[in-house]
Design a protein around this ligand. Structure first.
Ligand SMILES: Cc1cc2nc3c(=O)[nH]c(=O)nc-3n(C[C@H](O)[C@H](O)[C@H](O)COP(=O)(O)OP(=O)(O)OC[C@H]3O[C@@H](n4cnc5c(N)ncnc54)[C@H](O)[C@@H]3O)c2cc1C
Length: 398
């Protein structure tokens, strides 16, 4: 087995997308020795639509990455339209928390921008490395990870802290024994595909009976078209249809006939992707020598499109806690317990709204929840915008 700089690293992060690379970038900017490993290579896609809520855009702006996202060709989205009950209402994106547009960069672009930013800050990003479990010392403390590289050779990486940013099916969470502390019924399905050939002026939402569909413009003049429904509805349609694409078309037709009609002028440029029975769950966020961030520690239905923003928020809270622990400014358990408390406080309101939306109540109640969601996101964006520059050590005491 190859042992990479054993015990010399401050932090090893498993997973290099929105949660992992953001955490790595912030820690590296604070001067810590960070290794990121991911079994994937970048640029690469993952199963996810990618409309970023105001709070996520605030984070990109604060971290100095928003221009890079725009320069990649992701259009600034300045208009939102809601279609419900035969009515359509459009409004410009309001200027709040220093942000007056949204973005929806493809994940292969966004995740690469973050991984590159982590590297530029000094993190060592290693792709093609699959982690198989954590290593512990004689007292049970997690002290590193074990895995294998692309060629199948065994690898061990030692570090003071192991961070699981390895997504919903986190190997680090399972290997560290992080219990699920809260689980709500998994009910929702989200499916999506990309279309070219028609211009879109902004984000559009279509509220239907037990469905939410939508469109957001992304790179290369294309748009992501998505539909959220209860999983049972998605499965029933899939059983009848002769292909996944046909099932997607039928779901869209039912959920948002106006959108389906407009798509007859467009060309689908990707297969249909998505997820059924999306879990709504929170895991314990830390233990001796380890912590979780992003979907690894908290997963919610995609109906609110908030996972990327959750990951960005918690990456900063975790980087702050680790900075304190590594600098011996705070005792480790106190610092990581504060991280968990902040995460759990900040996720609460939107988690509750997400779970209620994912139960697809009647249209008026669904619309009311959407309004509550918008207020909750704006509130969180304001809190994040008011935080000090995360590259300064002030962060540690904020
Ligand atoms: C259908 C769908 C639509 C969505 N739409 C939106 C949306 O519009 N807006 C939004 O904000 N959020 C959305 N989300 C949620 C969002 O995709 C997630 O919250 C987000 O991707 C979480 O990021 P992460 O970095 O925690 O994990 P991930 O993006 O899952 O990344 C985990 C990384 O860990 C790596 N990894 C995993 N296991 C190992 C291992 N053993 N060894 C090495 N590497 C490993 C993987 O290769 C991967 O690169 C959606 C999700 C789904 C499923």
């Amino acid at each position: 087995m190859q042992t990479l700089n054993r015990s010399r690293h401050d932090v090893v992060i498993v997973g290099g997308r929105v949660a992992g690379s953001a955490t790595a970038m912030l820690l590296a900017r604070l001067g810590h020795d960070v290794v990121v490993v991911d079994q994937a290579s970048f640029p690469s896609d993952t199963v996810s639509t990618h409309s970023i809520a105001r709070s996520g855009v605030v984070q990109l702006h604060r971290w100095g990455l928003l221009d890079e996202v725009l320069d990649s060709g992701a259009p600034a989205i300045r208009q939102i339209t809601f279609h419900a009950g035969g009515e359509s209402v459009s409004r410009p994106v309001k200027d709040k928390a220093g942000v007056d547009f949204f973005v929806a960069p493809r994940r292969y672009v966004l995740d690469t921008i973050l991984a590159d930013a982590a590297e530029r800050a000094g993190a060592d990003v290693r792709t093609g490395v699959t982690v198989t479990g954590v290593q512990r010392d004689g007292r049970g403390r997690v002290v590193g990870v074990l895995g294998r590289d692309r060629a199948g050779a065994g690898i061990g990486i030692g570090a003071r802290y192991v961070i699981g940013a390895d997504g919903l099916r986190s190997r680090v969470a399972r290997s560290a024994g992080a219990p699920i502390t809260e689980a709500r019924p998994p009910g929702g399905a989200t499916q999506y595909a990309y279309y070219a050939g028609i211009p879109w002026t902004g984000i559009e939402f279509f509220v239907g009976e037990r469905s939410l569909a939508g469109v957001f413009p992304t790179h290369h003049g294309q748009a992501c078209i998505w539909v959220c429904t209860p999983s049972a509805a998605a499965k029933a349609v899939r059983r009848r249809a002769w292909s996944r694409a046909a099932a997607f078309g039928e779901l869209l037709e039912r959920s948002a006939p106006q959108l389906a009609e407009r798509l007859r002028q467009a060309r689908r440029t990707s297969p249909v992707a998505g997820m059924l029975r999306m879990p709504n769950q929170v895991r314990q966020a830390f233990g001796p020598g380890w912590a979780l961030v992003g979907d690894a520690g908290y997963h919610r239905d995609a109906v609110t499109g908030y996972g990327i923003s959750d990951a960005f928020r918690d990456a900063e809270f975790l980087a702050s806690a680790l900075d304190q622990a590594l600098g011996a400014v705070a005792e480790e358990t106190a610092a990581l317990a504060l991280y968990q408390r902040r995460r759990d406080q900040e996720l609460r309101e939107i988690f509750e709204i997400t779970c209620r939306l994912a139960a697809y109540p009647p249209v008026p109640a669904f619309i009311e929840l959407q309004k509550q969601l918008s207020t909750a996101i704006d509130k969180q964006a304001k809190v994040l915008a008011a935080r000090p520059d995360p590259a300064e050590r002030l962060l540690a005491t904020a």
